[in-house]
Design a protein around this ligand. Structure first.
Ligand code: C5P
Length: 239
C-alpha cells in the first residue's frame, strides 16, 4: 500500500527559483510529488527539475496542460519527456487525436494524464462557453466523456475533481490513474478561492483518487510542513 504522504502533490505555484526551492527543501520529506506548472517552468526552465531532484527523491509532475494541434502537442510532449518527469498533462479539449499523438510517441516511463474539466469551472462558465445543458448542469457527464476519450487514446489517467473520481474509476477501471485538485481540508480557509468543485483530502481518497493536488492550504499555512503532515494523517486515517 502506498504511504499516505505519497498521495500528496504539492504545486510549486511561485515564480522564483529561490521561493520554489525553499518549499522543496521544506516539504521534500512530506509530499509524494512536486508539481511544476506553467508559471515556474516558463520563468525558470527545465533546470528547476534537476534542482528538485538534487534536493529530494519526490517525484515530478510537469503540469504543462498542453493544448494545441496534434503534431505540436506530440513534439512538446517529446521535449518534456527528455527531462524525465513522472507525469505530463495534456488537455482533452482538442479531442482524442492530440492525446493519441502524445501517448503513441511516448519514449520512456513518463505517464500522460489528460485534463478533463478544470475545477475552477462551474455550470455558469460552461454555459458561457457554449456547452449544452446536459454537460453544464451535470459536469460529471462531461468529465466522464473526456475521460473515455483519454482512455481510448492511451493516456495513463486523468485529472478530475473529487466529485467525478468515483464514477470515472467505476466506468473506466481502477488502473486509470485519477489525480484530484480542488482539495480543501476542513481546517483550511483560502481567501478569494477560485476553486469551485472542492472536496477534503479524505473524501478524495475515499472516492478513489490516486493523488491529490493541494497547494494554498499547505503553501499559505503558518507551518507548511506541519500542514502537509496533517493532510497525510487525514489520508492515512482512511487508507
Ligand atoms: O490547492 P490550490 O487551489 O492552491 O491548487 C492550485 C493548483 O491546482 C494549481 O497549480 C493549479 O494548476 C492546479 N489545478 C489543477 N487542475 C485543476 C485545478 C487546479 O492542476 N483542475
Amino acid at each position: 500500500m502506498k504511504e499516505a504522504k505519497k498521495y500528496i502533490i504539492f504545486p510549486l505555484d511561485m515564480p522564483t527559483y529561490d521561493e520554489a526551492m525553499n518549499y522543496v527543501e521544506l516539504l521534500g520529506g512530506c509530499v509524494g510529488l512536486f508539481k511544476v506548472g506553467l508559471e515556474l517552468f516558463i520563468s525558470q526552465g527545465p533546470k528547476i527539475l534537476t534542482s528538485i531532484r538534487n534536493v529530494c527523491d519526490s517525484g515530478i509532475f510537469l503540469d504543462l496542460k498542453l493544448h494545441d494541434i496534434p503534431v505540436t502537442v506530440k513534439r512538446a510532449f517529446l521535449a518534456a519527456c527528455q527531462h524525465g518527469p513522472d507525469f505530463v498533462t495534456v488537455h482533452c479539449d482538442e479531442g482524442g487525436e492530440s492525446l493519441k499523438s502524445a501517448a503513441g510517441s511516448n519514449p520512456g516511463n513518463t505517464k500522460i494524464l489528460a485534463i478533463t474539466v478544470l475545477t475552477s469551472l462551474d455550470r455558469f462558465k460552461l454555459k458561457e462557453l457554449g456547452y449544452e445543458d446536459k454537460f453544464a448542469e451535470d459536469i460529471s457527464v462531461l468529465a466522464l466523456l473526456k475521460a473515455r476519450i483519454a482512455k481510448a487514446a492511451g493516456c495513463h489517467g486523468v485529472v478530475c475533481s473529487g466529485h467525478e473520481v468515483a464514477m470515472i474509476k467505476r466506468e473506466l477501471g481502477n488502473e486509470m490513474i485519477a489525480v484530484t485538485p480542488g482539495i480543501r481540508p476542513a481546517w483550511s480557509a483560502v481567501s478569494h478561492d477560485d476553486q469551485k468543485r472542492i472536496v477534503t483530502p479524505a473524501e478524495a481518497v475515499l472516492s478513489g483518487a490516486d493523488y491529490v493536488v493541494i497547494g494554498r492550504p499547505i503553501r499559505d499555512a503558518a507551518d507548511p510542513a506541519d500542514a502537509a503532515k496533517k493532510v497525510a494523517e487525514e489520508i492515512g486515517a482512511v487508507l
